[in-house]
Design a protein around this ligand. Structure first.
Ligand SMILES: Cc1ncc(COP(=O)(O)O)c(C=O)c1O
Length: 385
């Protein structure tokens, strides 16, 4: 809840902008690290969720590693203080130039997703005279009970090596002298709120580990990805996700030798709740059906999630106090999908009211675009207000 003084100060910034609560970020990151530490788990920040330099510098300073999905992400992770030896590089498609860059940095591991990719990394590593550490990303065919656009571990998804190809892949690994298969990698989707899904993941991880060990591989590290969901409906009830319950599921479900390093790649659960998108009401009108519409100066260019996934974000009128009315909240972009909410009750909206769109710290600013030649949204930090 923002104080009246803070709300007044927000008026000094041009909307729309992202406001980050650095104290909540600190509490969240510290809680995740503390709970992971109970079991000796290693955390990597999935920076695709939010690549803001200040946020990354803070997370790096807390001692996390980074999970990157492009050469530019690897570069930014290093620039913002993550040690190359703590960086994992995933991504279903990696360009040669990106692989070469990451090989030169000496990152912890490449998470590899196809035969082609393994052959290419091996050849590029040979040219550079190095051996690449590689974790094979396995597609375990698990339904994470989340939005279909953010499932990544089902057979129909493009991610990971499918069980039908595994024997083939393993068969050719003997010829690849410049890669060392030291790990297994899994990531089954995002915004997962049913912890039973992670228990199922553990069973698949155990089976894969056993299979690879029996095949003669020396697997030293297992990476179970990210995916822990957050509360978009009533964010103030759960500002910090339940990391204790999450890691406990793995502690109970994983059956791996103590010497095997267990890694996580958390994105959303670390940064979603600390960010909100602040926007100004531009106009109100009534639709042909008689519905109240409020047009705000944020749109899908600043926060794509509602248009992309039909996702819902809680919205607060920061400045209005009148009687409640039900609104459709729309952005400025010339797309009918550019809608943040329908039938949302808010204190009556007037031109100039400030709105806060909550739980926007993950996959918000990172997905912003310049469609309609909008400016990219600025970041404002709570400790600078
Ligand atoms: C390979 C991989 N790891 C980690 C993540 C982070 O997931 P989340 O933000 O749900 O924790 C993603 C997100 O898509 C991913 O693709």
């Amino acid at each position: 809840m923002l104080s009246r003084e803070v709300k007044e100060r927000l008026r000094e910034y041009e909307t729309p902008f992202y406001l980050y609560d650095m104290e909540l970020l600190r509490r969240t990151v510290e809680c995740a690290l503390r709970e992971a530490d109970r079991y000796g788990y290693r955390l990597h920040y999935a920076m695709k969720a939010n690549n803001d330099r200040r946020i990354m510098e803070f997370i790096a300073s807390c001692g996390m590693g980074a999970d990157c999905v492009s050469g530019n992400e690897v570069r930014r992770a290093i620039e913002t203080g993550f040690a190359p030896k703590d960086i994992v590089y995933a991504g279903v498609g990696k360009k040669d130039s990106e692989i070469i860059y990451a090989l030169r940095q000496g990152i912890f591991a490449f998470n590899c997703e196809s035969k082609n990719e393994l052959v290419v990394i091996d050849a590029l590593a040979r040219e550079l005279g190095v051996v690449a550490d590689v974790a094979l990303r396995i597609n375990p065919d698990i339904d994470p009970h989340t939005h279909s656009y953010i499932t990544t571990g089902l057979s129909e998804n493009k991610f990971g090596i499918s069980p039908r190809e595994i024997t083939d892949v393993v068969g050719m690994l003997g010829d690849l002298r410049n890669i060392d298969i030291m790990g297994l990698h899994f990531h089954i989707g995002s915004q997962i709120t049913d912890l039973g899904v992670f228990a199922e993941l553990c069973r698949k991880v155990n089976a894969s580990y056993r299979w690879f060990t029996e095949e003669g591989f020396r697997i030293t590290d297992v990476n179970v990805g990210g995916g822990l969901g957050v509360d978009y409906d009533v964010p103030e009830m759960h500002p910090v996700p339940d990391f204790a319950a999450y890691f406990a599921v793995f502690a109970q479900g994983l059956d791996l030798p103590a010497s095997v390093g267990v890694h996580f790649e958390l994105g959303r659960s670390l940064v979603a709740q600390c960010g909100e998108l602040i926007s100004t009401v531009l106009f109100t009108k009534v639709s042909g059906l008689g519905d109240d519409i409020a047009l705000i100066d944020a749109s899908m260019t600043e926060l794509l999630r509602p248009a992309l996934y039909h996702s819902r974000h809680a919205i607060e009128n920061l400045t209005g106090t009148g009687p409640e009315r039900a609104y459709t909240i729309g952005g400025t972009v010339c797309e009918s999908s550019d809608i943040f909410a329908r039938d949302l009750s808010l204190p009556e909206l007037r031109r100039g009211d400030l709105l806060s769109i909550k739980t926007a710290g993950a996959y918000g600013a990172a997905m912003a675009s310049r469609y309609n030649l909008h400016d990219l949204p600025q970041a404002v930090f709570s400790d600078e207000l």
